[in-house]
Design a protein around this ligand. Structure first.
Ligand SMILES: Cc1cc2nc3c(=O)[nH]c(=O)nc-3n(C[C@H](O)[C@H](O)[C@H](O)COP(=O)(O)OP(=O)(O)OC[C@H]3O[C@@H](n4cnc5c(N)ncnc54)[C@H](O)[C@@H]3O)c2cc1C
Ligand code: FES
Length: 270
């Protein structure tokens, strides 16, 4: 899929939840297409390697691509991004990687924290019929860590918090499990969030005989298959002597959870 090196102008930063912001950019120059689950690499002031962010949306208007990301401030790069002002320019490249497949039939989306961004993009980009066959579950530790996007109401999202301060009390997977127990649905699971959540989604999918498509989050120094810094160990069924790893940046980030050796992945997790 086509990607480009780009310069983007920051159009604005909006607080989204505690420690999380939505950043909106306009891409200078030719505008490639992008699909839900793809990401961009942004070279942020003062940090050497670019940082990957999933697209919350991507729209070509007046000949220029406009896109938004939802980001959490966790370290040097994201602190630098939060400190930027409207009008500032950022270098980067993208859109990169393989996104979510188009929704076909019942699909349940499971989001942890800022993982809600690419899943909302996937829902928004789907045909009305596909949207009706999809559900979204979105969880965080506390109410103030949930981004209250108006789209969550539009898609009748099921919210969860660990302390019960918004939505159902418990983990987002508790809610998914309860809904699976309550009805006869056999949805495909789409998930985005911390690696621990993705691993738990994988185990749930195996237990219930479902398919899960998860967006792998590893460090991604280059984002284009060169540095080998985003290697993900392959499950025994797929691994060979010649090929034991795939690169999350180009074979993913979205991939079938059954492809991953989760035990080995957990041992290398940061
Ligand atoms: C495909 C992909 C999509 C992503 N999409 C988003 C997004 O939409 N919004 C968002 O806020 N973040 C997203 N991330 C994570 C984001 O890239 C990191 O939070 C960011 O690189 C941290 O940079 P930093 O300089 O602020 O922190 P650093 O100083 O680099 O790190 C701060 C802390 O975060 C940990 N960390 C850094 N990168 C990662 C990582 N990739 N996975 C797990 N822990 C990490 C470090 O070990 C350290 O403890 C995505 C990552 C990937 C791989
Ligand atoms: S990030 Fe460099 S190979 Fe994937």
């Amino acid at each position: 899929m086509a990607w480009t090196r780009f310069q983007v102008r920051l159009l604005g930063l909006t607080p989204a939840a505690e420690g999380q912001y939505v950043a909106e950019f306009r891409l200078q120059g030719p505008a490639p297409d992008a699909s839900p689950g793809q990401f961009v690499q942004l070279s942020l002031p003062g940090v050497f390697w670019p940082r990957p962010f999933s697209l919350l949306d991507w729209e070509v208007r007046d000949g220029a691509a406009h896109f938004r990301i939802l980001f959490a401030v966790v370290g040097e790069g994201t602190r630098a991004l939060r400190s930027m002002s409207a009008g500032d320019l950022v270098e980067g490249h993208g859109p990169l990687g393989l996104g979510y497949p188009a929704i076909e039939g019942p699909t349940w989306m499971i989001a942890g924290g800022y993982g809600v961004a690419p899943l909302l993009f996937a829902l928004r980009a789907s045909a009305p019929g596909a949207q009706q066959s999809a559900r979204i579950f979105y969880g965080a530790a506390r109410a103030d860590l949930l981004w209250r996007s108006p789209e969550l109401d539009r898609f009748a999202a099921t919210l969860t918090t660990m302390d019960g301060s918004a939505g159902r009390r418990g983990t987002v997977l508790d809610a998914v499990r309860a809904e699976l127990d309550a009805g006869g649905a056999r949805p495909v699971l789409y998930a985005c969030g911390p690696m621990g959540l993705l691993e738990a989604v994988h185990h749930l999918a195996v237990e219930r005989g479902l398919r899960a498509m998860v967006s792998i989050e590893t460090p991604m120094p280059c984002g284009m298959g060169v540095c080998r810094g985003c290697a993900v160990p392959l499950a025994a069924a797929e691994a060979t002597d010649e090929k034991r790893y795939v690169m999350a940046c180009e074979d993913g980030p979205v991939m079938d959870s059954a492809r991953v050796d989760w035990e080995q992945e957990r041992a290398c997790r940061i």
